[in-house]
Design a binder for this molecule. Structure first.
Ligand SMILES: [Zn+2]
Length: 157
């Protein structure tokens, strides 16, 4: 008799990383912004791009649902990951579990590497940049920012 068998088990971290099917980032920074970024800035461009990704993910899921006609069990999200879990080659660290919806686990996470925001054009450069990759401005006085992102986790099929 197998008493302990269950349809959802704990998986090891290597499996967890593979299960991550999508990344959705909502750019938010620790810094309080006194004014909204101007239209046409990289911030808005990135945001639109990310929203496009989110839509695509949603469409893909709907297609797969129709094609496979999954059972109720298959729509269950995986076990939530613990705080501090590192994902995507340690690029993101989970801060907290937010919620489960539509068969997805949603988390708040942070990039593990800070970035330098250009004071002129607002482009986010890598922390070791000395000059803005977009406009060439000297980044000696630029602030370091750590981006917060939202991550969605779906069960792999
Ligand atoms: Zn710049």
């Amino acid at each position: 008799m197998q008493q302990g068998e269950s349809s959802c088990g704990i998986v090891n971290s290597a499996e967890v990383v593979r299960r991550w099917s999508a990344l959705i980032a909502a750019p938010r920074t620790e810094k309080k912004q006194s004014s909204a970024p101007s239209a046409g800035s990289d911030w808005w461009r990135n945001r639109r791009k990310l929203r496009g990704k989110k839509r695509k993910l949603h469409q893909r899921r709907l297609e797969s649902v129709e094609a496979e006609a999954p059972t109720v069990e298959e729509a269950e999200p995986p076990e939530p990951l613990p705080e501090g879990a590192l994902l995507f080659q340690r690029r993101y660290e989970i801060v907290s579990f937010v919620s489960t919806h539509d068969g997805l686990n949603e988390y708040e996470a942070m990039e593990t590497e800070p970035r330098k925001r250009c004071p002129v054009c607002q482009t986010l450069n890598t922390a070791d940049s000395n000059y803005c990759e977009q406009c060439g401005h000297d980044l000696a006085d630029a602030d370091l920012e750590t981006l917060k992102v939202r991550l969605l986790e779906a069960k792999s099929s």
